[in-house]
Design a protein around this ligand. Structure first.
Ligand code: PLP
Length: 398
């Protein structure tokens, strides 16, 4: 009998009842706009910011419309100007170079290692080309952040972290998003908390925070924020800071607050599933498991493995055969962008120079989502399917 997996790789869990109740309360009073409050009322959005700042240990937080907006806002607040170069990862997703392009700046791509983290040697080589690094913790892989911050401090590079896949993760006990100038998170359905769309930006820098709040669309209502600097900081910047509306609303914030309270527990559930898959993928000839460093406290909401130096036809064969058995793998090596995946050289609005050692890694990365709707038995089954199909193709003649 050939086993098949029948679950969905894109089905997340339902919104928790407590969040649904909170959403209904907002719908019933009708004050969805974050600054629409009655006397002495604290808005859901302001409370979300306060709670997320506390969760990450940041002084300031601003909630916005999307993760992509949070990154663009961070670049603007950091003073990135049209024409500037901004360093970023070659291995990431389209919203990251897109955020750089949205402020008129130019992405300069830094390579990827076989641990799927940013290539720190390549970063050293390119550090003098920009003053900001938009560091994408792509698919939740966190590089040696101590070493990265050393490199960036030595070359005057300010770091903005893209934590779309690392909300709840840490490096050496420091929450992801808290190493550099700012951290950006996404609350989109496929990330670690789900309000459909949404983003969060955290920082300890008071002027950066004030600029971000005003730019996000606060008008002169910034005193209704709870995770913001004092009015004297806004006095310094308010006449010079444009309003580029991208606020979060109270309905999304209401849905997110209970989910943040559950985050730690959800992370543990993701990691149970990740470890089952990882164990099931070990010792398969031709397949390389990504080893996770001890300093990294990851969130296993997706898993990657390498079929390094495989012929393209064989790799595609593995994907096809797995897909026929219900296991959806995504490939980062494809010449043409498809669905959510694309490669740095598909973003043709940004010049890139070929990076042969990164291309070799990208050509071997297979990627799979791990939604919490999967049971541990599902994870075992998926690993068995991958094992048998990789085995069958690996042994076959070309
Ligand atoms: C999803 C994602 C983003 C942006 O998030 P949105 O909320 O969809 O704008 C940024 N970076 C990465 C790596 C992502 O996967």
């Amino acid at each position: 009998m050939t086993e098949k997996f029948t679950g969905s790789f894109t089905q997340q869990e339902p919104i928790p009842d407590e969040a649904i109740e909170a959403a209904l309360a907002v719908l019933r009073h009708g004050r969805l706009h974050r600054y629409n409050v009655v006397e002495a009322e604290l808005s859901e959005t302001a409370l979300l910011e306060q709670e997320f700042a506390a969760l990450t240990g940041a002084r300031y937080c601003v909630a916005v419309a999307s993760g992509g907006y949070a990154m663009a806002l961070a670049l603007r607040s950091a003073g990135v100007q049209p024409g500037d170069s901004v360093l970023t990862n070659a291995f990431t997703l389209a919203p990251v170079p897109g955020a750089i392009a949205s402020v008129g700046a130019k992405p300069v791509f830094v390579g990827v290692t076989r641990n799927l983290t940013i290539d720190l040697e390549d970063l050293v080589a390119k550090a003098d080309q920009a003053s900001v690094l938009l560091l994408s913790h792509m698919r939740g892989h966190v590089c040696d952040m101590d070493r990265l911050m050393e490199i960036c401090s030595a070359s005057g590079l300010r770091v903005i972290e893209d934590c779309a896949h690392t909300m709840g993760a840490e490096w050496n006990g420091v929450p992801s998003g808290r190493h550099g100038l700012a951290g950006c998170y996404s609350c989109q359905t496929y990330k670690h908390v789900n309000s459909g769309e949404g983003g969060l930006l955290v920082t300890d820098d008071e002027e950066f925070a004030a600029r971000s709040i005003v730019m996000s669309g606060s008008y002169m209502l910034y005193e209704r924020h709870l995770a913001a600097p004092g009015p004297e900081v806004f006095e310094r910047i308010k006449y010079h800071t444009p309003n580029i509306s991208g606020r979060m609303d109270n309905l999304r914030a209401a849905i997110l607050r209970p989910q943040l309270r559950d985050l730690k527990q959800q992370v543990a559930r993701w990691n149970d599933r990740y470890r089952r898959l990882e164990a099931g993928l070990r010792n398969i000839p031709g397949l390389t498991v990504i080893e996770r460093p001890e300093m990294e406290q990851y969130v296993g909401s997706s898993i990657q493995f390498l079929l390094l130096d495989w012929q393209e036809s064989k790799l595609l064969d593995v994907m096809r055969r797995c897909s026929e058995r219900g296991v959806e793998l995504k490939w980062f090596g494809a010449a043409e962008p498809s669905a959510f995946t694309s490669r740095y050289d598909s973003w043709r609005y940004a010049n890139s120079t070929p990076m042969p050692s990164s291309d070799r890694i990208l050509a071997g990365i297979l990627d799979m989502r791990v939604p919490l709707t999967f049971s541990l038995d599902d994870c075992d089954l998926i690993a068995r399917i991958i094992r048998s199909e990789v085995g069958a193709v690996y042994q076959s003649d070309a």
